[in-house]
Design a protein around this ligand. Structure first.
Ligand code: BES
Ligand code: MN
Ligand code: ZN
Length: 487
């Protein structure tokens, strides 16, 4: 889809639909349109069809005039970021169900920050047009091809353009993450992810991809990571995508994304019900792909290294068994009490490897624990960090982009729970599973600023809406963008 910004006379823009946010008290633009339409909006309000509540949409059909339809989008006084985003998303859903080809989005009303609003509009329309394709599914293309973001004042035009470019890049990045997440595990294997990463770097002077194979990882003594893929016929890959957007002396942000392309639990086999959803256990890695895609499109002046440990967790005669002790790249030994706690086993070696890049910051993203769903549901990602400023910056990025996280503690009392009688640590603790998992990781991240995002609840939806969400690409990009503005 194409986006552009305009400040031209609204009634002269060639488009078949107008999307008009307003409350019951009409905005300046809504008043003008109401006048031009002989009070059509006022009468919708009088009939109580349009309530003006944030997110409520009314579709007004017209037989004459050049806008064939007008979508009124409610805005009330208590507009939070979250509400504005869901209002934009519902308007996108409404308009995409019509045969509209070209629509105009009226910027007044929802927010005075036109750059931010334009970014939300472009992102929401980009993600709303995504439909899973592949494995025999051929979605019908959406008819809407172009959206004009219209501001009344000329001075707002460049902010709108900046916002549209960013939002488009972000929305497309989220769609990349969703597509990789949605692909079944017999297609989206560790080798498939590696080939996608190589493909991404083709003809991109700012990006280089390298893939460490099992033999390379053996040489690096990544015994923990390799213990997870031992039972699988799919070889493990450690994918490294190096995006160079800033001077070489600018320390990189390293993103480490868990990519278990399928998590059966291994010998600690998971129950059958809903096990298909464990194809989404690579969504952390997919979010790294999403960010790298968005960086290539925005050219942000920042250095980002994306590390994606990609493995499949299977039971087999040569699979790791409960009680086995493995040695990580850091030299620390781990007693594998539960082979289903495999995410931390691949992340710890990837996190040790991350130290080689002399990072400014390391953020890992992982569908790590079912426990985070118990704590925060499917709404909020879990955040744990060894650095208060970094935690704050990520939480802020989540708030601004409507992709929120909540911080949990990393205290010693929890860390005690992963004590082992036979190794430096066990791979599971007792209660507070999200925290003990992060405590485990924290033992490998002592030399740098680090944050961990547990996205087990937020990376995908279940039920009728089953599919990957593209989270937390918005939060990560917002954080990276604020860091880029310092360079
Ligand atoms: N990938 C799962 C976490 C998960 C579970 C994500 C359910 C989304 C929904 C992870 O590898 C896992 O199995 N974790 C275990 C850890 C336990 C064995 C300590 C869990 O959460 O049950
Ligand atoms: Mn598991
Ligand atoms: Zn897992």
């Amino acid at each position: 889809m194409e986006f552009n910004a305009s400040t031209a006379n609204l009634l002269k823009i060639k488009a078949d639909s107008l999307i008009l946010p307003t409350g019951l008290e009409l905005t300046t633009t809504a008043k003008e349109i109401d006048d031009a339409l002989d009070g059509a909006i006022t009468s919708l309000i009088e009939s109580k069809d349009f309530t003006g509540k944030t997110g409520q949409c009314s579709l007004l059909h017209r037989t004459e005039g050049h806008f064939k339809r007008i979508v009124l989008v409610g805005i009330d006084s208590a507009n939070t970021t979250q509400k504005v985003i869901s209002a934009v998303e519902s308007a996108a859903t409404v308009i995409l169900k019509t045969p509209s080809k070209k629509a105009v989005w009226v910027a007044d009303g929802l927010s005075n920050d036109h750059q931010w609003l334009a970014s939300i509009v472009a992102r929401s329309f980009s993600t709303a047009t995504y439909a899973y394709a592949g494995t025999g599914i051929k979605p019908t293309p959406k008819t809407l091809k172009a959206l004009t973001f219209w501001s009344a004042a000329k001075k707002d035009s460049s902010a709108a353009k900046t916002g549209l470019a960013y939002g488009t890049a972000l929305g497309n990045g989220m769609n990349v993450a969703r597509q990789l997440g949605n692909l079944p595990a017999n297609i989206c294997t560790p080798n498939y992810l590696a080939s996608q990463a190589k493909k991404l770097a083709k003809d991109q002077p700012n990006l280089t991809t390298t893939v460490l194979k099992e033999a390379d990882m053996k040489e690096l003594k990544m015994g923990s990571l390799l213990s997870v893929s031992a039972g699988s016929v799919e070889p493990a890959n450690l994918i490294v995508m190096n995006y160079k957007g800033a001077a070489s002396n600018v320390k990189p942000i390293v993103l480490v994304g868990k990519a278990v392309t399928f998590d059966t639990g291994g010998i600690s086999l998971k129950p059958g019900r809903g096990m298909d959803e464990m194809k989404f256990d690579m969504c952390g890695g997919a979010s790294v792909f999403g960010v790298i895609n968005a960086l290539l499109a925005t050219n942000l002046s920042v250095n980002v290294i994306g590390i994606v440990p990609a493995v499949e967790n299977m039971p087999a005669g040569n699979a790791t068994k409960p009680g086995d002790v493995v040695t990580s790249m850091s030299g620390q030994t781990i007693e594998v009490l539960n082979t289903d706690a495999e995410g931390r086993l691949i992340l710890c070696d990837a996190l040790t490897y991350a130290g080689r890049f002399k990072p400014d910051t390391v953020i890992d993203i992982a569908t790590l624990t079912g426990a985070v769903i118990g704590a925060l549901g499917k709404v909020t990602s879990g955040l744990l960090s060894n650095d208060d400023d970094l935690a704050e910056q990520l939480l802020d990025g989540g708030t601004r982009s409507g992709d929120r996280a909540w911080r949990l503690p990393l205290w010693e009392e929890y860390d005690k729970q992963i004590k082992s009688n036979f190794a430096d640590m066990a791979n599971i603790g007792g209660e507070a599973g999200t925290i003990t998992a992060a405590c485990f990781l924290s033992r490998f991240t002592k030399s740098y600023k680090w944050a961990h995002l547990d996205i087990a609840g937020t990376a995908w939806l279940s039920g009728a809406q089953k599919g990957a969400t593209g989270r937390p690409v918005p939060m990560l990009m917002e954080y990276i963008r604020s860091k880029a503005s310092e360079n």
